[in-house]
Write a protein that binds this ligand. Structure first.
Ligand code: OSB
Ligand code: MG
Length: 368
């Protein structure tokens, strides 16, 4: 696959409702669509870095810089024979996993289209549909949270993740547990706690949660290891796991009992699969995290989540949970049993809606 040109689109898309986490609230979501052209085919990838550095140090602006000034020029004109060649190119740039993942996804899509093979089959996926849940943002009042959960349950979701932070935790999650005694509940703190505020989590430990996601700092496996000895509820790491090495060390330390795998956070699908493989071989459950993706990133998440070790429902909701208008013609819908179908067409298996894409593009640049 000789890479002839690369087009970057900085998108800003309206969410159906604002999404609030411990690091802030967003009403519009930014991302970069990466378009790679080769021999009459186009591969698409989504870089999930947000406008602000709340979840990660990467932003849409830093990713744009890395994609346009480093990754793009290095692969332009190169005949990429396989994805491991790209791994070597990306490894020369320190950090910036989301930028690397966006470009890699476009190359995976292209590879699938060249071979006439779906991403699921390229990765070794084994499911036609995957179990999914919904992530509910921080709300103004526990009753509003209960209403939101009830609405999602009516839509068919059978697993709910509640975003928490200090003061927006015990009362909210206790109310949810009381109202929905059997519901599979996750909570996600996005690093909002420290050793002073951690006692709230001991109250949550009594509520029969499936997991507590990323309670402490992103760069702190050690304190998570300590906290896991104090909790019966499994800790699930998200922000702390940026690589296969972090995964191995977290496993060796018993810093968590579950891992959330996100393609962007770990630098791409190849790394995501490697992390899956290690966890699967050690019997550690994983699930696919979300970054409010468009249909492009959602298709990749579905393919990844079809691997055999993804034994817990992921943060992969239906298109209408995020966007009224999405950049793909394909809209993902929820099946009975809280599942979504994995795309089967070559590559990501999606088709772009160029009108919608144009409407949400705030900057566009082609390098050739
Ligand atoms: O921590 O999982 C997270 C969204 C943006 C940034 C971080 C996170 C999230 C979510 C939403 O929880 C998951 C989704 O439905 O895409
Ligand atoms: Mg998370």
């Amino acid at each position: 696959m000789k890479i002839e040109s690369i087009t970057l689109h900085h998108l800003r898309m309206n969410l159906v409702s604002p999404f609030e986490t411990s690091f802030g609230s967003i009403a519009k979501r930014d991302c970069i669509l990466v378009e790679v052209h080769s021999e009459g085919l186009i591969g698409y990838g989504e870089c999930v870095a947000d406008r602000d550095p709340g979840y990660s140090y990467e932003t849409s602006t830093t990713s744009w810089h890395i994609l346009r000034d480093y990754l793009g020029p290095t692969i332009l004109g190169v005949d990429i024979k396989n994805l491991s060649e790209y791994q070597h190119i990306a490894a020369r740039i320190r950090g910036h996993p989301m930028a690397k993942a966006g470009m890699e996804m476009a190359l995976w899509d292209l590879t699938g289209k060249v071979k006439g093979c779906s991403l699921r089959d390229l990765l070794g996926g084994v499911q036609d549909k995957v179990e999914v849940g919904v992530s509910v943002g921080i709300q103004e009042h526990p009753n509003i949270l209960l209403d939101a959960i009830e609405r999602y349950l009516r839509e068919g979701y059978q697993r709910v993740k509640i975003k928490i932070k200090p003061m927006k935790d015990i009362e909210y999650v206790t109310a949810a547990r009381k109202e929905f005694p059997e519901l599979r509940l996750y909570v996600d703190a996005n690093s909002a706690y420290n050793l002073e505020s951690v006692s709230s989590l001991f109250s949550l430990d009594k509520l029969g949660l499936v997991l507590i996601e990323q309670p402490l700092a992103d760069d702190d496996l050690w304190d998570h290891k300590w906290l896991q000895t104090k909790l019966d509820t499994p800790i699930c790491l998200d922000e702390s796991i940026l690589s296969l090495r972090h995964t191995r060390q977290a496993l060796e330390m018993d810093a968590c009992r579950i891992i959330n795998i996100k393609i962007g956070r770990v630098g791409g699908l190849s790394q995501a699969v490697a992390i899956h493989d290690l966890c699967y071989s050690q019997g550690l459950p994983v699930w696919c995290g979300g970054m409010l993706e468009t249909g492009v990133g959602r298709a990749a998440n579905l393919a990844l989540a079809s691997l055999p070790g993804f034994s817990l429902p992921g943060d992969i909701s239906a298109t209408d949970r995020y966007y009224d208008q999405d950049i793909t013609l394909d809209r993902f819908t929820l099946n009975p049993q809280s599942t979504i179908d994995v795309p089967t067409a070559p590559g990501l298996g999606i088709t772009l809606d160029h009108q919608v894409l144009q409407r949400f593009t705030i900057i566009k640049e082609t390098i050739k």
